[in-house]
Design a protein around this ligand. Structure first.
Ligand code: UDP
Ligand code: MG
Length: 333
């Protein structure tokens, strides 16, 4: 190992990717070989796959000891799988990648070059999103605009998780304890000196995306409610506006009654006021519930995820090293 050889961790969340993993390894390995100045480790996080992904990874590890596996006890979702992988990464830099080759491996070299120039974070930004449906492109554009407007924190539009983070920014990210992790927002929150590398995002090499419209919607909601209290605060203004209208209307009614006497009973106006205000109250309660749920989730203080086993880590982080029950010598794992 030369003095300059730095370890770089590739972090790959895996959920039912048995058809993609062989393609992934075949595509990434040559790129790594072209970087003799660096050493690499693969940290695969098996996020409760129901197919043969784990067996495949274990077999791949037999031939390639750079592969390490964090095996979750069930599916916890990509964001937490990523969190686990980044926490397990021991490199001087980490690069999260999808297993489906939508993050082109050739970019690793560009990331490393920018890192050598002194940037802390190098972000992969999609030039075009041809592989996505028009709906997904449009909704993504709206989301970035809305989020950046509300939260005042500039999410880099069309940047995903594919990026290089140096040790300092990785440590900063790992120190954020939240369970509901909107990782895009967390990246922006920690800051650091960023460079951008543009790329074309291809379609998935094999298998299917596990996202659907409902999941994306919830993802967007999580993002906004974990980075902005604007939806909570707006109700004070709406309440104030509605109350003002109510007073004006009351004044007008009083004046009219005094001047012209009582005419019809006024059922429609009462119903309208009742329904509008009732609707507003329910909506505001729903928003409060959204945040209350967030507080509830975080206040339980549960671990972010449960690991079934760690394969390829000597003395896994936080775990005592396995020891021989007879002589007490540490067992290699
Ligand atoms: N993934 C995961 N847990 C999940 C869903 C997805 O670890 O619950 C992984 C998946 O195996 C892949 C990456 O996250 O490596 C991105 O998933 P996908 O390709 O489905 O998302 P998309 O590229 O469509 O955003
Ligand atoms: Mg994908």
């Amino acid at each position: 190992m030369s003095q300059a050889s730095k370890l770089v961790s590739l972090v790959i969340p895996v959920y039912n990717e048995e058809s993609a993993i062989p393609h992934f390894l075949a595509a990434v390995r040559p790129v790594l070989e072209a970087e003799p100045d660096y050493r690499f480790e693969f940290i695969f996080v098996n996020d409760g796959s129901r197919d043969g992904s784990l067996e495949l990874l274990l077999a791949a590890r037999e031939e390639d000891p750079r592969i390490r596996i964090v095996d979750f006890s069930r599916n916890f979702g990509k964001e937490l799988a990523l969190a686990a992988g980044l926490q397990a990464a021991s490199g001087a830099a980490a690069i999260p990648m999808d297993a489906d080759l939508q993050d082109p491996p050739e970019l690793i070299s560009s990331f490393l070059r920018k890192w050598e120039e002194g940037y802390d974070v190098v972000v992969g930004v999609r030039k075009r999103r041809d592989a996505d449906t028009a709906f997904k492109r449009r909704s993504a554009a709206w989301f970035y605009a809305f989020f950046n407007y509300l939260c005042g924190r500039r999410l880099v539009p069309n940047a995903g998780d594919y990026r290089l983070m140096n040790r300092a920014s990785l440590d900063a990210l790992n120190s954020l304890p939240e369970r509901v992790r909107f990782t895009k927002g967390l990246y922006a929150w920690v800051g650091f000196r960023q460079a951008i590398v543009l790329y074309d995002r291809p379609a998935r090499v094999a298998g299917n995306t596990s996202w659907n419209v409902w999941k994306l919607w919830n993802f967007a909601l999580d993002g906004i409610t974990s980075f902005s209290t604007f939806p909570l605060r707006i109700w004070s203004y709406i309440g104030f506006g509605v109350a003002l209208l109510g007073f004006v209307y009351a004044a007008w009614l009083t004046a009219r009654t005094l001047l012209f006497g009582v005419d019809v009973p006024g059922y429609p106006s009462q119903m309208v006021a009742l329904l509008v205000i009732g609707g507003l109250i329910l909506m505001s309660l729903g928003i409060i519930g959204e945040y209350l749920g967030r507080i509830f989730e975080e206040s339980k203080g549960r671990p972010q995820y449960i690991v079934r086993s760690r394969i390829g880590f000597d003395a896994g982080a936080g775990e005592p090293p396995a020891r021989c029950p007879h002589c007490g010598a540490p067992l290699s794992r």
